[in-house]
Design a protein around this ligand. Structure first.
Ligand SMILES: [Zn+2]
Length: 470
């Protein structure tokens, strides 16, 4: 172990600890700084030093396109991205990045010390090797999907694309519901020649594989871009919610060559395992279906894997996944099944039961949210499935409240049962008002009675809630 000094672009230096056998990925090897708070990563490829496009990309990524420098939302996105903070020019070309938080390394079991790459958690076989304490409940995977969608939405909003979004380039911590997108150095940056990256098998969009035989500069060749990220994002979300791959089914496309079979199954002939009409790729004994997670996610999965699988411009954008996951999050309910492996499910309507274990919930109170479009005229605007650990937050109570990185996460009320009656207990709603016009001050409660709506607030943008029981 020797401490060495690397030179940064712009003139500074950074010290790192050289070891004989550093962690290495496909592109880079990694050394820690002496305090272990940062890493210095050098590209394997020596030609990188002379690649003006790579340097131009890195400069844009570290500088003007860097969402972690935003004064208001930068801190939020520093948790969702492991974003490079500097460019190394000597002894060879590399990047400086924050070290991943300790929670992204396995603490116990046979993989102690290894990074928690997403692939460990999305395959039933690999999950079998992990200690139960690392696996997390299903609701945590939901939270992880939401965070990944939000991170990719932010990248795309800046005009960037990840180009290699996959289970290897997202670390997840299901015990805490956290996710971080890594390997940010091969981004597609506006105005700079795209990186020579294809993506990771299983996540590469069908059109990229289908046109792979064409020369790089052919107009018909598809390159990694926001639309290919949208495919990879949909695959990741499907894998984390269903623990299976959306395109890997029993259908064989080439009986003679495994390589050709894979190229066709993920490319030109890619077919959703749950395609509603074409069932030739459907595995036997599928448990939950993509339609079991409520109307928002059913629609998004259909657009990603039925309508948009071979039509990139029909795929849902990351922002739509973010919104759909947020709305579906409000439909989650704990499962009472004693042996339920997932412990949560989506209440999509009356008669919903847990798709993982079949357990039916008891009576479930549901708030049907309404937004005022004109005085006295209310439009449907989301639903909130009520249970003991859910709260009312500003984005439920007001139709103009921010969500995501700008959200105010102050709980305004909570739910409980008294003498068999569900109640909403007011904590911080200034003008919670019953149907008959009575104000419910903080510390008091409104009963959730079918046919008795109430307003979270009588002020501007306050939503109305109708009460239903499923
Ligand atoms: Zn269940």
């Amino acid at each position: 172990m020797t401490t060495r000094t690397a030179t940064l672009k712009g003139g500074g230096t950074i010290r790192y600890v050289e070891v004989d056998d550093p962690p290495a990925g496909g592109m880079k090897k990694t050394f820690f700084t002496p305090d272990k708070k940062q890493v210095v990563q050098f590209f394997h490829d020596a030609a990188a030093a002379r690649d003006v496009n790579r340097l131009a990309r890195l400069e844009a990524v570290v500088g003007r396109y860097n969402p972690t420098l935003d004064p208001t939302t930068g801190e939020y996105f520093r948790k969702l991205f492991c974003w490079p903070t500097g460019i190394v020019v000597a002894p060879t070309v590399g990047v400086v990045c924050p070290a991943y938080p300790q929670t992204y390394f396995f603490e116990a079991g046979p993989f102690s010390g290894k990074e928690k790459k997403g692939k460990w958690f999305s395959s039933p076989k690999l999950r079998g090797y992990l200690p139960a304490s690392e696996l997390g409940d299903w609701i945590k995977y939901f939270q992880i999907c939401l965070k990944i969608a939000r991170a990719i939405r932010r990248l795309h909003a800046a005009g960037l694309a990840h180009s290699d979004l996959s289970c290897n380039n997202v670390l997840i911590d299901p015990a805490r519901g956290d996710a971080v997108v890594i390997d940010i150095d091969s981004l597609v940056v506006p105005g700079v020649f795209p990186p020579d990256v294809l993506g990771t098998p299983g996540y590469i969009a069908p059109e990229v594989l289908r046109t792979l035989h064409l020369p790089l500069n052919d107009r018909n060749r598809s390159h990694p871009c926001a639309a290919t990220d949208q495919h990879a994002l949909a695959v990741l979300i499907y894998e984390y919610l269903l623990y299976r791959h959306p395109l890997r089914g029993p259908k064989i496309h080439s009986a003679t060559s495994a390589e050709e079979d894979e190229m066709l199954a993920m490319g030109e002939k890619a077919l959703f395992v749950e395609h509603p009409a074409e069932t030739s790729n459907r595995p036997t004994g599928l448990t939950a279906a993509y339609t079991d997670f409520g109307p928002h996610l059913a629609d998004l999965f259909k657009r990603a894997f039925v309508d948009g699988l071979h039509a990139p411009n029909r795929r849902p954008a990351a922002v739509e996944w973010e919104r759909g996951l947020m709305r579906s999050w409000d439909l989650l309910h704990p499962c009472a099944g004693a042996r339920c492996p997932h412990k949560w499910f989506v209440v999509a309507g009356p008669g919903s039961r847990c798709p993982f274990c079949g357990t039916k919930p008891g009576r479930v109170p549901v708030l049907k949210l309404r937004r005022q479009v004109k005085p006295g005229q209310w439009m449907p605007d989301g639903e909130l499935v009520v249970h003991g650990s859910v709260g009312v937050f500003p984005w439920h109570a007001f139709d103009n409240a921010q969500t995501g990185e700008r959200a105010e996460r102050k709980r305004l009320g909570y739910f409980g049962v008294q003498a068999g009656q569900w109640l909403l207990v007011n904590e911080h709603l200034d003008s919670l008002t019953t149907e008959s016009g009575n104000r419910v001050p903080a510390g008091q409660a409104v009963a959730l009675i079918e046919g008795k709506p109430f307003q979270f607030s009588t002020g501007p943008h306050g939503r109305l809630a109708e009460v239903a029981y499923y």
